[in-house]
Design a protein around this ligand. Structure first.
Ligand SMILES: [Zn+2]
Ligand SMILES: [Zn+2]
Length: 237
């Protein structure tokens, strides 16, 4: 298996989506709990896609269904529960085609399959998961999980040479974190994305693919820009 940038983008998108779904699940639970406490059992409903799941999306094994049982009515869906149901409806048929342990949540199942995918399949998976992640985060009103990569000297991008454009994507475990470059915006000019020029590109990636937005495993960037570490000062875009 060679991890192309498409694979790295797909894995990063899967971790990001998993984090967003866990937040949707938590917000839905909170809404249901609040409704139950208020005695407004008729006001909350959960899509059937979410009902009956025997596992938690956040991996904590505490399904929405248990808490929500008896508090659902098909009248006014909680927005987070509705978004969660819609996304699971899209993920389940894809995940159902992939191997995995019984009861494994669909994003984990897809994520486990990514390393063995062809570059084309990984590219499409990255796009599909990225779209669902953006949709989930719009509902939640949250930004991507990312931090600027900082150091004693602001690290420069090994590809485009811009300063302070590198960001760490922090969804998932630290070992899965990746670094991306935001590209540059010349004064008065349009935004210039930081795209790979293929073999021989300054990014130094062994599987460089022309035209793909730059992405590195975090560990490889830390080696290239010694001392750099993500800070919690700022969360951009
Ligand atoms: Zn760059
Ligand atoms: Zn490159």
């Amino acid at each position: 298996m060679s991890a192309t940038p498409h694979h790295l983008h797909a894995l990063a998108a899967a971790w990001s989506l998993q984090a967003a779904l866990a937040q949707l699940e938590q917000r839905a639970k909170d809404a249901i709990h609040a409704q139950t406490l208020a005695g407004g059992r008729e006001d909350v409903s959960i899509p059937s896609q979410v009902f009956g799941r025997r596992y938690g999306l956040g991996g904590h094994g505490d399904p929405v269904a248990d808490l929500a049982l008896g508090a659902w009515a098909p009248q006014r869906p909680d927005p987070c529960a509705a978004a969660l149901g819609g996304i699971l409806r899209e993920l389940d048929p894809i995940a159902g085609l992939l191997p995995g342990a019984p009861g494994m949540d669909p994003v984990t199942r897809i994520r486990h399959a990514i390393p063995a995918m062809s570059a084309l399949a990984a590219e499409r998976t990255a796009a599909a998961l990225g779209r669902l992640d953006a949709s989930a985060r719009r509902t939640l009103g949250i930004r991507p999980d990312r931090l600027p990569l900082r150091g004693p000297v602001p690290p420069t991008c090994p590809a485009c040479g811009a300063r302070a454009t590198l960001h760490v994507q922090t969804a998932g475990p630290e070992s899965a974190w990746t670094v991306v470059c935001d590209g540059t915006r010349p004064p008065g000019g349009p935004h210039q994305p930081c795209l790979c020029t293929g073999p021989g590109c300054g990014c130094g990636m062994p599987a460089a693919v022309e035209g793909v937005a730059h992405i590195w495993p975090r560990t490889s960037v830390l080696g290239a820009v010694a001392g750099a570490a993500p800070t919690s000062q700022e969360s951009a875009r």
